[in-house]
Ligand binder design. Structure first.
Ligand code: DQQ
Length: 581
């Protein structure tokens, strides 16, 4: 006899679903457990973020086709017009559309692209925008054509280019412009075309994420006019590191320069290329390498996928970059899921936010991407408080007072008084940083560290989130571990509360300061360590937020043997942006 009868299995699945927000299957986009609209919600309206992007209501996932055109930033997004649940099974996902002049405040427009032709009737999935010939915006997106989720690529063009908001979009007459029909290609895993770039022959190119012969591939296509596309007979890149690549992004960067490069223009000598891949349906990983123009192929600096860094080590997926010609920079942002239950999302009436737009560039030695919130965020800062020359001895907790601890921007430098006490580094930790962040958590004394911030802490510390560093000595250099430990962030059971973590190499002989910047936005905690070498986006839902009179606490702390100085600590309360009205 079966160990569990059918009713028991149903009950068990329901339990797992109610307490899971992790993808529980795939097959085209993230698929979450079905909703249970009757389950009670103990979540508070205070969870709704105040300055991270989201539309006024409903479900969002991937950012699509971001661009700057004629003085306006456009953001399109995977949007469910029918509610705050994942539309994966209702097959009605559209391109929502919002516009901005500063990347901080947004106006919501009508959806730009909806499923209404045979080439996208089961969903308008992710894609990109390219400005062709300097003034013609073109969207290329994935259309789902049937309930088996077969995928093709389509084009949409603005109806009226003189409308400053580009409100209406028309689908090209020759859609689909790209069909699957490639030997070895899984036509149900063939999507998310990139922004176009120009090759040495003057032709446009795009890459499309795919599963080819069971492995992840970036299929390469060429075109003269951006409407008629031919497949290049080899992929731009393929790897067995994942069974599929979603939401690819391909862009050039100059080591040490935070100026962005426009992929529609000539790329200067000395530039490196970055291929970003959505791997394992949940992790945005990037590889730095060279774009070999002769072979028309991307050659990574290392093929060892275990060493490929993540854009962000937290809740951050389907990221997209674009070149911002207004400021000559490259900007990235991504989708951050809710980590409560889907019934809570139904009760809230919204689900999904975006990380704050970040400038992204390559460090001096060409090894690591750096990210930092765009400077426009500073328009939201008010009531600056600052402290100088603090000293944090082992066990010290310093409360940061005088800011709105629910909506804040905190910048703090930790200066090491000595680096001799660093514990030895074990390279195997690199392969499971979350495990290491759990084992070496903030309560475990180390030589240097843990030190960092305790945020969204209730009066009695029953609830708190810790963002902290630990310093290790490796054979060649120093390795810094940054963790964002959510395990005690909420008393609510069933939330997804990992201890996220990432490592970065740091030359402590040269520079003794490790910086931390954390954006607190109610249920969002977005942290940048070591000047943006490791970034961790997270979601938390402390029960104490429900209490109107309660302001959570925020502290700087040190729990390592070596004393840590804080030469500067600056913090601001953050105004509400026009995002969620
Ligand atoms: N989400 C989209 C797909 C993409 C996936 C569907 C990634 O195009 O691959 O909403 O989250």
């Amino acid at each position: 006899p079966p160990l569990l009868d059918a009713a028991a299995v149903d009950l068990l699945l329901l339990h797992v679903c109610l307490h899971s927000v992790r993808p529980c299957s795939n097959g085209g986009g993230l698929f979450f457990c079905p909703q249970s609209p009757n389950a009670p919600s103990i979540l508070s309206s205070k969870d709704r973020t105040a300055y991270h992007f989201q539309p006024p209501k409903n479900w969002i996932n991937d950012p699509c086709g971001p661009m700057y055109y004629n003085g306006i930033y456009h953001e399109f997004y995977q949007y469910n017009p029918d509610g705050s649940f994942n539309p994966n099974t209702s097959y009605n996902i559209v391109w929502g559309h919002s516009v901005s002049t500063d990347l901080v405040n947004w106006i919501t427009l009508e959806p730009a692209i909806e499923p209404d032709t045979p080439n996208d009737i089961k969903g308008c999935w992710s894609g990109s925008a390219t400005i062709v010939s300097g003034d013609q915006p073109v969207i290329i997106y994935t259309g789902v054509i049937d309930i088996e989720k077969h995928q093709v690529q389509n084009i949409a063009l603005p109806k009226n280019r003189s409308d400053p908001y580009l409100r209406e979009w028309t689908k090209a007459g020759n859609n689909p412009v790209i069909q699957s029909g490639v030997p070895g290609l899984n036509s149900g895993q063939f999507r998310d075309p990139t922004t176009g770039w120009i090759g040495p022959d003057g032709l446009w190119r795009i890459a499309v994420g795919a599963q080819l012969n069971g492995y992840g591939a970036a299929l390469l296509y060429k075109s003269e006019d951006f409407l008629n596309w031919t497949r290049v007979d080899h992929p731009l890149y393929s790897s067995n590191a994942s069974i599929m690549f979603e939401c690819l992004d391909f862009f050039a960067v100059l080591p040490g320069s935070n100026n962005g490069l426009d992929m529609s223009s000539a790329i200067p000598n000395g530039a490196k290329h970055v291929l970003k891949m959505g791997m394992n349906f949940g992790e945005d990983v990037y590889v730095i390498g060279v774009y070999d123009l002769k072979r028309d192929a991307f050659v990574p600096d290392t093929d060892d996928s275990r060493l490929w860094p993540r854009i962000d080590y937290g809740n951050f997926y389907a990221s997209k970059t674009f070149f911002d010609s207004k400021h000559g920079r490259r900007i990235i942002w991504a989708w951050t899921t809710e980590t409560d239950s889907s019934s809570d999302d139904i009760a809230k009436g919204w689900a999904g936010i975006y990380s704050f737009p970040r400038t992204i560039w390559l460090d001096n030695d060409g090894k690591r991407l750096l990210q930092w919130p765009v400077e426009e965020i500073e328009s939201l800062r008010r009531n600056e408080i600052n402290h100088q020359e603090l000293e944090l001895k082992k066990g010290d907790l310093f409360e940061i007072k005088g800011i709105d601890t629910l909506q804040a921007d905190i910048e703090i430098d930790f200066e090491l008084t000595s680096i001799d006490d660093a514990d030895p580094f074990n390279p195997s930790w690199l392969f499971d940083t979350e495990k290491h962040c759990q084992e070496a958590d903030a309560s475990v004394h180390g030589g240097i560290g843990p030190f960092g911030l305790v945020i969204l802490a209730s009066d009695n510390m029953e609830e708190h989130t810790v963002v902290h560093f630990r310093v290790y000595k490796s054979q060649k250099n120093y390795m810094i571990l940054m963790c964002s430990d959510l395990r005690r962030s909420s008393l609510t059971p069933g939330l997804d509360t990992p201890a996220y973590g990432g490592f970065f190499e740091f030359d402590l002989e040269k520079e003794r300061k490790i910086s931390l910047r954390t954006l607190i936005d109610r249920s969002a905690v977005e942290s940048f360590g070591g000047g943006g070498r490791v970034c961790i986006m997270a979601r938390v839902y402390p029960v104490s937020l429900v209490d109107d009179d309660h302001q959570p606490h925020v502290y700087a702390f040190n729990n390592g043997s070596a004393t840590v100085r804080v030469p500067h600590l600056r913090a601001w309360s953050m105004r509400r942006a026009q995002v969620s009205a």
